[in-house]
Design a binder for this molecule. Structure first.
Ligand SMILES: [Zn+2]
Length: 209
């Protein structure tokens, strides 16, 4: 499948995995944060070229990954100490945002079904405050509709949470990076104009199609 690629395919940048003519690396900002971001990533997510957590990692020096594989108990063991962390995960009764910013933000990366399963199988996360983003996701072009939190990509979810914790100086460059990544991947596939036209048509006629 087209979205399943590895970093060493010929003609692709080894760092961003986009075709070399459209490589995003020179435009990636360096975004220093106070918050550490720990992405617990479903193993199927880790080798998709459309995965946006990987793009977030290019910009955020304090982002690290733990890959969720078929040994959940081992994954739970590999999680670092999370004494001052919050997890971004929907809940019927979300926790209030902490008054003192947490040192670590935990984000689960995968489809909605995968993230629910991951959360269930990682008891180290169960005692953490569960925060969630308010309001609908922004009306922007995306690569996939698979929903992190009702339609946000993982990079957007990280950016918006960091906005809440640290402000626009952190979120703005990350959201710009997301927009640039989407454009470059669609151009590399030769479908940018087509996707943009469909996106704009859906905006003008939201109840059609
Ligand atoms: Zn690149």
């Amino acid at each position: 499948m087209r979205s399943h690629t590895t970093s060493d395919l010929p003609g692709r940048c080894r760092r961003c995995w986009i075709r070399e003519e459209f490589c995003i690396c020179p435009t990636v900002p360096l975004v220093e944060t106070r918050t550490r971001v720990l992405v617990v990533r479903h193993e199927r997510e880790s080798w998709k070229s459309t995965g946006t957590a990987r793009v977030a990692a290019l910009a955020l020096p304090k982002l690290s990954f733990v890959d969720f594989d078929d040994d959940p108990a081992g994954v739970n063991e590999r999680l670092p100490a999370l004494s001052d962390a919050v997890v971004l995960f929907p809940s019927e009764q979300p926790s209030p945002w902490p008054e003192t910013p947490p040192s670590t933000l935990v984000v689960l990366d995968g489809t909605w079904r995968q993230t629910r399963k991951m959360f269930t199988k990682l008891p180290k996360l169960h005692g953490l405050p569960r925060v969630q983003l308010e309001g609908p996701p922004a009306d922007v072009l995306r690569l996939r509709d698979t929903s992190f939190d009702e339609g946000r990509s993982t990079l957007e979810a990280i950016a918006e949470t960091l906005h809440r914790l640290e402000g626009a100086s952190v979120s703005k460059p990350l959201l710009e990076l997301h927009a640039e990544f989407v454009v470059r991947v669609l151009k590399a596939r030769g479908v940018y104009q087509q996707k943009l036209d469909a996106f704009e048509a859906a905006r003008r006629f939201p109840f059609v199609g």
